[in-house]
Design a protein around this ligand. Sequence first.
Ligand code: SAH
Length: 261
Amino acid sequence: MIFHVLTIFPEFFRGPFEHGVVARALKSGLVEIRIHNLRDWTHDFHRTVDDRPFGGGAGMVLKPEPLFDAVESILPARDPARHRVVLLSAQGRLFAQPDARRLAGYEEVLLICGRYEGVDERVSQHLADEELSIGNYVLSGGELAAAVVVDAAARLVPGVLGNEESPEMESFSSPEGAGLPLGILDCPHYTRPAEFRGWRVPDVLLGGNHAEIRKWRYQAALDKTRRMRPDLLDAVPSSASASAPGGSPAECDNIEKRSEE
Ligand code: SAH
């Protein structure tokens, strides 16, 4: 799968993809990341990519022409089934794990990084297939956001993660959370030493009873989700007959039942 990143700061991406799972995916050839300099699609001496906003106000806006030219030359035969153009924007829909999974299914994903006050709105309206935000805050540019999206999607490209690193068991994907739009969080993890500064690892993890360990992990994942992200448990689709799981064991059973379905 190919990720294209369109940016005015190509050097920004020297570091983020050179480590761990993503670096391995690149080396194996399962994933390719191509960084494109937006200024390569300008035609004036100063390689201008921005201009003042109509209506006045502070800051500059990325012009539409270089962005349209760039996208049309990077993906000359755009096919909606195989290609996806994403504009990173604070005004976009919130990016979440299902989006990472969905984007990992395309052959080529092109990410447009905004800068300054943002991007001419016609890019969102007529060039990008979707507009995504990585959170409710304003970044100074779309580059960090693009790196987040590439990282989250690249690790889900089939073959990138080994079996032990299976994405089935992690936050927002856990089968324990089946029936919930985003699943539940991963369970807490511990490693050696079994006792550190007087804090002991739960005994059940030190024994070899795998059925007990599974049970403990499920309960711990549920407890942690309830504590850290109760919104995930509240987000039961309206079609689900079960009530949202809350604090009681009976309600916890609902998750268990849904995950068995
Ligand atoms: N004036 C805009 C912010 C522009 S920030 C506003 O108030 O909404 C400049 C660029 O940073 C944006 O064009 C976008 O590409 C990127 N950016 C900023 N915040 C982002 C976020 N939360 N998610 C994704 N991209 C973001």
